[in-house]
Ligand binder design. Structure first.
Ligand SMILES: [Zn+2]
Length: 447
């Protein structure tokens, strides 16, 4: 009953009160997802041309880069013509940040997103409010493919609950409106997981949402304590690779298929599985995607005008697909995401900390840091590798010591290594958080 009221009364009322358009977008997007692939591609071409002209006219970085490359928005007659345009990397965004902002927008009125994600490169992206609304609608649409319905209670297995950053208003909104139940992955142990399990038994969430491995740990803990009556409508795994062995345990414990979702802070939702769970549908309404011959994913944001990302190299490797999905949606597919993973580290007290949350925290708070890699050599020794710029100083070193103490407690030593680049794995992939001891601890927890 409360779910029904929340969906049909509270959500529309809040959207109206706050002048938000996401529910209107959602109604349209639910219809157009079943358009034929060629109809969707034609719509993307129109949106792409508009974005390119906007970027040429108002974004200094693109005008300079495209002039140098000898390309112009009017060269694009079909989607494939975009291939002639230069790629934008994370280093480009870091180096030219404000030159990528459109002169037609005032960044103080835009949403600021600061991220390092699994890549260890801190970035600042500005997104205009209409684009935020549209992207929110795209995300709700794909979230509902999991079986969840907007308005149902959500359980989040996630580091740093966001509502805590918005003071009393945030807490009230969280309590009465979002009604989310949190498990903070910055500090996982059996007691916290047990307490979380009790709360989800009581609140019966429609959706359980979180990092793949954190969901797996929760499922293992529930299995161990024989709690097998938590039955959400949907489970969404995001921000990490979902391995088949994790998926199997999660699905068995919750009696519900896991919906794998892929996105990044810079452009929000990139792709999500549908009810078929066979490949991921690209969010083609807000992005145009390309897969390079080496599998590197490039995305072009079709809606964010404040800081357009065009041929942005996300930093992940994907397997492309030319299949059409049985579900009837015309949205294009990718088979799977291969290049994103994160390790856990373990504290002397035996708690697990998610690598994504940890590198994110360090990269954002250490002044002068371009990239961070954290290697846990033993329970009491961390190796912190940093790629720095010239603003790195003694204060930054002090901040590292403070972060290590705050996160791991006393008794954990750390070495700081300044390097030119984060070393690559033999496979060519990068890992930004490596623990040589956490696996043992995780195996104990899931035994
Ligand atoms: Zn499908």
């Amino acid at each position: 009953m409360l779910d029904y009221l929340n969906r049909h009364l509270m959500h529309p009322l809040m959207a109206w009160r706050e002048g938000k358009s996401h529910l209107r977008h959602l109604r349209a997007l639910e219809r157009t997802q079943f358009d034929a692939p060629e109809v969707i591609r034609a719509r993307q071409l129109g949106a792409l041309k508009a974005q390119l002209h906007h970027a040429w006219d108002t974004v200094p970085y693109y005008r300079a880069a495209w002039s140098k490359a000898g390309v112009h928005p009017s060269d694009v007659r079909e989607l494939a013509d975009l291939e002639a345009f230069p790629v934008v990397t994370k280093a480009d965004i870091r180096r030219h940040n404000r030159a990528l902002v459109s002169s037609a927008y005032d960044v103080s009125k835009c949403r600021k997103k600061t991220t390092s994600g699994s890549t260890g490169v801190p970035l600042t992206i500005y997104c205009d409010e209409p684009a935020m609304q549209f992207k929110a609608a795209c995300t709700i649409r794909s979230d509902q493919w999991s079986g969840y319905r907007l308005g149902q209670r959500v359980a989040k297995v996630w580091g740093n609950p966001e509502y805590r950053h918005f003071g009393l208003k945030g807490r009230l909104r969280h309590y009465f409106f979002d009604r989310a139940v949190y498990l903070d992955t910055l500090n996982l142990n059996d007691d916290r997981i047990g307490e979380f399990a009790k709360r989800i038994q009581r609140h019966r969430p429609g959706l359980i949402f979180g990092h793949a491995h954190s969901l797996y740990l929760v499922a293992c803990a529930l299995k161990k304590s024989r709690v097998l009556d938590v039955r959400p409508n949907g489970i969404i795994s995001t921000a990490m690779i979902l391995h088949d062995w994790q998926r199997a345990v999660i699905e068995q414990v919750f009696g519900c298929k896991v919906t794998n979702r892929y996105g990044c802070e810079e452009v929000s939702l990139i792709a999500s599985e549908c009810e078929e769970h066979n490949g991921l549908h690209v969010n083609a309404d807000s992005l145009y995607h390309e897969v390079a011959s080496d599998g590197k994913l490039l995305v072009t944001d079709l809606v964010n005008r404040a800081m357009p990302l065009i041929r942005y190299q996300v930093g992940d490797v994907v397997v492309p697909s030319a299949r059409v999905c049985k579900c009837g949606r015309g949205l294009p597919l990718i088979e799977r995401v291969e290049g994103r993973d994160a390790d856990y580290v373990v504290t002397p007290a035996g708690n697990l900390i998610s690598g994504i949350s940890l590198t994110e925290n360090f990269a954002m708070h250490i002044p002068g840091t371009a990239q961070v890699q954290i290697v846990q050599e033993s329970v009491t020794l961390l190796r912190i590798r940093l790629v720095t710029d010239d603003t790195f100083n003694d204060g930054s070193r002090g901040k590292i010591a403070e972060l290590v103490r705050a996160t791991f407690g006393d008794g954990v030593a750390h070495d700081v290594e300044l390097v030119d680049a984060i070393p690559q794995e033999p496979s060519g992939k990068y890992r930004f958080c490596i623990s040589k001891v956490a696996r043992e601890r995780m195996e104990e927890m899931s035994a």
